[in-house]
Design a protein. Structure first.
Length: 372
């Protein structure tokens, strides 16, 4: 009897009514971790607390033997070792990165995949070489339309054996705002293995699927890239047969640092009566965050929070604050962000089959009790 890749890698699924998290989803959740929400207090997320999503295995890599190939529709192909890349003038950018599937597990019906709630985010300072500098040195040829990035991670997905590969339009790849980086450092140190050591792409403002890790090849093409991760995965579609719209920039989101202290199992929060400082972070890859509102009564009323002034870190989250006077009883806290183009977070999330670009308003149940 012949065996096929499809025997171990089935089609995309949507959970049936009442279907719980599967053992496969639990295994994914054990491999991939989110940001503990109390770590929102860090301006820059420590690498071990930053969210991680790895499609296949984490490749074992050696900096000394790593090479980056840059070719395709260019006048002068480049082959760069790590020491050569580090000889270029370095640029550091503080960037908030969010997984495209963040919030997926909140949808009904639930798309079956990595079961993210709201924790798939982190902010780091990435150091590397601007991609546009490398492309300028290679000389982009006439008729180029896409720049394709290939990682060293290899696996099978929905029956397709592949290296992880994504593309950016030429104008994004060569643009200066945002400036795409070929990065080799995270928070001033070499990239950790789970974050792409020794080399990864950083695309400010775009969801995490664009930030190709373990980067080994850049190819400029004169035709649109139609690889699996571009044309099949990471599309906003209602039905399996839809072509769908591509997932690109991050939708606005605000998250709350959980106040008080938690129950071990449920993570439900407990606070004492009186003044409770509320704080959190907000970001958007579409336009700068313009406003954050907070509700303490499950969305029935909203109060404008104090938003930290904008600074030089355009692509990083911003802090917001509000003081709440808690009274004994049960409460549900929420925060929602609106950006300068008017995009805001929904109270009811439009559904899509992949569970992508979900930015439903966060709900944090809180019990306010008097001390014994």
């Amino acid at each position: 009897m012949a065996h096929r890749l499809e025997d171990v890698s089935g089609p995309a699924q949507v959970a049936g009514a009442g279907e719980g998290i599967s053992r496969q989803e639990l295994a994914l959740a054990a491999r991939n971790h989110g940001l503990p929400l109390e770590a929102l207090r860090y301006d820059v997320t420590p690498p071990g607390l930053h969210y991680v999503l790895t499609h296949y295995d984490i490749p074992y890599t050696e900096d000394s033997s790593w090479r980056l190939d840059l070719g395709g529709r260019v006048r002068q192909p480049l082959v760069l070792a790590m020491d050569e890349l580090k000889s270029y003038p370095a640029v550091t950018q503080r960037v908030t990165m969010e997984c495209a599937g963040n919030g997926r597990a909140l949808l009904t019906p639930r798309p079956v995949s990595q079961p993210w709630l709201v924790e798939a985010v982190g902010t780091a300072e990435w150091t590397g070489v601007p991609l546009r500098v490398l492309l300028a040195e290679a000389g982009v040829g006439a008729g180029a339309v896409d720049v394709v990035f290939t990682g060293a991670d290899h696996g099978v997905e929905r029956g397709v054996e592949q290296d992880y590969r994504r593309a950016l339009p030429l104008d994004v790849a060569t643009g200066g705002e945002p400036e795409v980086l070929v990065a080799y450092e995270m928070n001033g140190a070499p990239l950790p293995p789970q974050h792409g050591r020794p080399l990864r792409l950083v695309v400010p403002g775009w969801y995490g699927m664009a930030h190709v890790k373990w980067l080994r090849d850049i190819t400029v093409t004169d035709t649109p890239f139609t690889g699996f991760q571009q044309a099949v995965a990471y599309r906003l579609r209602q039905d399996a047969g839809d072509e769908g719209e591509p997932v690109t920039r991050i939708a606005p989101r605000a998250l709350l640092v959980p106040p008080g202290f938690p129950d071990f199992m449920s993570r439900a929060r407990v606070v004492r009566p009186g003044a409770v400082p509320l704080e959190g972070r907000a970001w958007s890859g579409r336009a700068p965050v313009a406003r954050v509102e907070v509700s303490t009564d499950d969305g029935r009323s909203w109060y404008e929070a104090e938003l930290d002034p904008a600074d030089k870190h355009r692509w990083s989250w911003r802090t917001w604050r509000l003081s709440w006077t808690a009274s004994p009883g049960s409460h549900v806290l929420s925060a929602r962000a609106t950006d300068a183009e008017g995009h805001t977070q929904p109270l009811e999330q439009p559904w899509n089959r992949g569970g992508f670009a979900v930015n439903l308003v966060q709900r944090v149940p809180v019990l306010c009790v008097d001390p014994d």
